[in-house]
Design a protein around this ligand. Sequence first.
Ligand code: ATP
Length: 429
Amino acid sequence: MQKIVALCKRRGFIYPGSEIYGGLAGTWDYGPLGTELKRNIKNQWWKDMVQLREDIVGLDAAIMMNPKTWEASGHVEAFTDPLVECKKCHKRFRADKLDVAEKCIEGNSQHEFTEARKFNLLVKAYLGVLEEKQSEIYLRGEITQGVHVNFKNVLDSTRVRIPFGIAQIGKAFRNEITPGNFTFRSREFEQMENQFYIEPKEKEGEKWFEYWKKMRMDWYLKLGIKKENLRFRDHEEHERAHYARAACDIEYNSPFGWSEFEGIHNRGDWDLSRHEQYSGQSMKYRDPDSGDEYLPWVIETSGGVDRAALFFLIDAYSEKDGKVILKLHPKLAPFKAAVFPLLANKPELVKKAKEIYLDLKKDFMVVWDDRGNIGGRYASQDEIGTPFCITVDFQSLEDEMVTVRDRDSAKQDRVKIVDLRKYLDDKIT
Ligand code: ATP
């Protein structure tokens, strides 16, 4: 983990939030490379979940919602973690995730805990221009409710028919008792979710629950996470969230143990029925063929963008002869290729390489490097996961070909400059 955290800071993937002011616990800022990685994860998710499907549409709801939403969803009452405090050092912990090995700093002894009490994770904010008239709202604790409150809007403005999904990516906020393990547990984070509406029948519920479990697991495998590092974990009845009829996590074998990557839940009609009750508006779906009216059930897939970025980084990290190679899937790598002139002091090589670089830039995230020697440039690109390095040499000026070096095999291909775009396209998309 220390190596990953150091690499992220050194190469501009992830920095501690508000670092120059001493930081803010549980917040992180993504640097130039981390921003690209995260964007690639989200774009790929959107492509696979919305663009390539005929039964899912997208949505982008507001972060700030009428506070009634959170009463209806059960978050005001039940979105809690058990909090305990050490009577000696006054440090606070989440009772269900205690690290038994951790000692109390007071006398290097065991902690002495208070009784657990429920601690609500919703983050409060104040809205309004007049201080005395400000109203208290919550920053959304999950992006889910923005979808459910718009269920009727989507039905009325599109041609969706059950079964169908509404997908969304966006920020969520939680007053986590113990943020930690780098970005794994943050107080501000991004989620990518699909709320998939189905007929309210046990058999349908089971069918779509299994379907989405498999789809989501296959997605991570397709993007290169090692099979042995992924597993399903069904929730026991007592640990299921207040809304869930069935729940299963996809877990990742991280340096800090098997940890939740994404949750798949059968939410039944919990959300729509509660919004119907609290808003007084019908949330029912009318089947256009039979005319039957009902409240659909929901199968939800809810993944964290930040957890995905972290686990893709951890899984891709490798070392060879003391050097780091980040074997990120080309679709996720921040840069798809680096372009170099063999020698930085030969204007004819620089000119040719710059032309190629500027041309490829129109379609791909590519990076320029003319510092040091070729070996050093390869190492620098390997460390940030760039899958291809393109070198313009003296021969290129005569035969209009360049050397393309592959990150993982270190194999070199000679490729025509006019074919470069197709070469990269074939390997990346
Ligand atoms: P945990 O048990 O780890 O607290 P959770 O079960 O509360 O997580 P969900 O409410 O199911 O998590 O949220 C769905 C997804 O959102 C999680 O699988 C995770 O990827 C992401 N997520 C949740 N909380 C955080 C957080 N504090 N920081 C980063 N990502 C998070």
